[in-house]
Design a protein around this ligand. Structure first.
Ligand code: SAM
Length: 379
C-alpha cells in the first residue's frame, strides 16, 4: 500500500486507544474475534469508533463523498418519491444515519416547495457530534425535526437510509476445498493479523453453505444488515423502506471475478483494503448483497416494491427536470449542477454501482422511482 496521509497527534492517540481496546477484547476472547466484531469496534466503539467519536468528516475535506454531498438534486429527486409515498399513506419520514444532514435538508426543502411536508422528520443518529451539525443545518425546519437514539416501536410512512447498510459490520467467510472457514482477527507481534477458524454450524454457516460460491473465494456476509432489515420490517405498520447503497445481487456479489470480496476502507479519499490501518480513523465498508436484503425483507412480511440502479431511480424521479429548473443560459449556476448530475448518473461513476431497493407494507401503487429499468428479477 502506498503511504497514506499522516494523522495529527490527537487523532493518532485516538487510534492507539481504539487499537488497545480491540486488542484487550481479542485477549479476553481467548485470542480471536470474528472480523465483524473488529469492524463493529473500529466503527462504533463508544467514544472511540470512527462513527461514534466524531473522527469522520463528510465531503471534500473528509474521507469520502456521498451522493447527498455531491448535489442537492439528489435529495430533491428523492423528495419526489417521498411525496408519492406520503401521498399514498400519509405518515412521516425516518432517516437512518443522516450524516451531515444534507439529505434531510434537501428533501425537506423540496417537500416544502411541493406543499407536502410531513408532520415529522425523524433522524436516527448515533454520533453526538453529527447530531449537532444536523441541528444547525435543519434549524429552519425545527418544529418538525426530531432526533431519535433508537428505532421507534412502530412507524408509518417512509424510512430512508443512504449508505447505511454498507457501514454495518460484516463477517468474512473463506470457501475452501477443505470446507468453510470464518476469517477473524488475532494479535501477532503486537499487530492485528488475519486468522481463520473452521465454520461448521450456526447462522453464518447456514448462509455460507447455502450460497453457490466456488472454492477459493473469500467474501463477506452481513448478518447485521439482515438483522436491521428484519427489525425495520417488524416496526413498519404501513409505508416503504428505501435503501440506497453500492452493491449488487448475489450472482454478481459472489461472482468468481470478485473472489476476494468487497471490503474497502476509506481514509482521506484514499480507498484501500487494509482494515487494520489506523483503527477508528478510517471508514470500513463492504458492498451490499441486495438479494439477501430483499429475501430478509420478504421473509419478514415486506413486499419488494422495486430494485434498480441509482441512475434509473433518479431519472424516474425526474432529476433531469429538476436540473432544467436552472437556466442553461446562466452557465455559472447550470454547469456545476450538470456536472453533479453527470457524477450521480454516469455508469462509470455512481450511476450503475449504486442501487436503490424499496421494500414495503400496504403500498399497492407502483413506485415512481422504479417505473422504468426495474431490476427486481436480478435479485
Ligand atoms: C457512510 S455514512 C452515510 C451518511 C449519510 N447517510 C450520507 O449519505 O452522507 C453511514 C452512516 O450510517 C450510520 N449507521 C450505521 N449503522 C447504523 C445503525 N445500526 N443505526 C443507525 N445508524 C447507523 C453510521 O453511524 C453513519 O452515520
Amino acid at each position: 500500500m502506498s503511504p497514506l496521509p499522516a494523522p495529527d497527534p490527537a487523532a493518532l492517540e485516538y487510534s492507539t486507544q481504539t487499537a488497545a481496546l480491540i486488542s484487550r477484547e481479542i485477549e479476553s476472547a481467548g485470542g480471536w474475534i470474528p472480523f465483524s466484531r473488529f469492524m463493529e469496534l473500529a466503527l462504533y466503539a463508544p467514544g472511540l469508533g470512527y462513527y461514534s467519536a466524531g473522527m469522520h468528516k463528510f465531503g471534500a475535506a473528509g474521507d469520502f463523498v456521498t451522493a447527498p454531498e455531491i448535489s442537492a438534486l439528489f435529495g430533491q429527486a428523492l423528495a419526489q418519491q417521498a411525496a408519492q409515498v406520503l401521498g399514498l399513506n400519509a405518515g412521516n419520514i425516518l432517516e437512518i444515519g443522516p450524516g451531515s444532514g444534507r439529505l434531510a435538508f434537501d428533501l425537506l426543502s423540496e417537500l416544502e416547495r411541493l406543499g407536502q411536508l410531513p408532520e415529522r422528520y425523524f433522524l436516527l443518529e448515533v454520533s453526538a457530534d453529527l447530531r449537532q451539525r444536523q441541528q444547525h443545518l435543519l434549524d429552519r425546519f425545527a418544529p418538525r425535526v426530531e432526533w431519535l437514539d433508537t428505532l421507534p416501536a412502530s412507524f408509518s410512512g417512509l424510512i430512508i437510509g443512504n449508505e447505511v447498510l454498507d457501514a454495518m459490520p460484516v463477517h468474512i467467510v473463506a470457501w475452501r476445498e477443505d470446507g468453510l472457514f470464518e476469517r477473524g482477527v488475532s494479535v501477532a507481534d503486537d499487530r492485528f493479523a488475519w486468522s481463520d477458524r473452521t465454520l461448521t454450524s450456526g447462522a453464518l454457516f447456514d448462509i455460507a453453505a447455502s450460497l453457490d460460491v466456488p472454492p477459493g473465494t473469500i467474501s463477506e456476509i452481513s448478518l447485521a444488515a439482515g438483522g436491521f432489515v428484519a427489525t425495520l420490517a417488524g416496526l413498519l405498520d404501513k409505508g416503504a423502506i428505501l435503501m440506497l447503497d453500492y452493491g449488487f445481487g448475489q450472482n454478481e456479489y459472489y461472482h468468481p471475478q470478485r473472489s476476494s470480496g468487497t471490503l474497502m476502507c476509506h481514509y482521506r479519499h484514499y480507498a484501500h483494503d487494509d482494515p487494520f490501518y489506523l483503527p477508528g480513523l478510517q471508514d470500513i465498508t463492504s458492498h451490499v448483497d441486495f438479494t439477501a436484503i430483499a429475501e430478509t425483507g420478504i421473509s419478514h412480511g415486506l413486499n419488494l416494491l422495486g430494485y434498480t440502479s441509482q441512475a434509473h431511480f433518479l431519472i424516474n424521479c425526474g432529476i433531469t427536470d429538476l436540473l432544467a429548473r436552472a437556466s442553461p443560459e446562466q452557465a455559472s449556476a447550470y454547469l456545476p449542477l450538470a456536472a453533479q448530475v453527470q457524477k450521480l448518473l454516469n455508469p462509470a461513476e455512481m450511476g450503475e454501482l449504486f442501487k436503490v431497493i424499496a421494500l414495503g407494507k400496504g403500498v399497492d401503487t407502483p413506485l415512481l422511482g422504479f417505473a422504468r429499468g426495474d431490476k427486481s428479477h436480478m435479485l
